[in-house]
Write a protein that binds this ligand. Structure first.
Ligand SMILES: [Zn+2]
Length: 91
């Protein structure tokens, strides 16, 4: 009887684990999801790390808790993320 219950538990846990795995794989970040609500494309965005202005369509995008940030390169994005983790504040 105990063996049966533990088998059912393992089965349920397995289903739950597979479901979590499936949900995490099934919801990848969608870069073009907000295309319909996009602002006019002539607005330039500023890289908060190096201060460079660029077209948001060409920039690397990062959705953070406080808003959306744009970066000219993976390097700047990495620096920004490192700064956020260290508690630094960018304008
Ligand atoms: Zn940059």
């Amino acid at each position: 009887m105990v063996a049966l219950i533990s088998r059912i538990l393992i089965f349920v846990l397995g289903i739950w684990f597979l479901r979590r795995l499936f949900l995490s794989l099934g919801a990848p970040p969608k870069p073009g999801a907000q295309r319909g609500a996009a602002k006019p494309s002539n607005a330039m965005v500023r890289d908060p790390v190096c201060g460079m202005y660029m077209d948001p369509r060409l920039a690397l995008r990062l959705e953070e808790g406080k808003g959306t940030f744009f970066f000219c390169s993976e390097e700047c994005k990495g620096k920004f993320l490192a700064g956020v983790r260290a508690g630094a504040h960018f304008p």
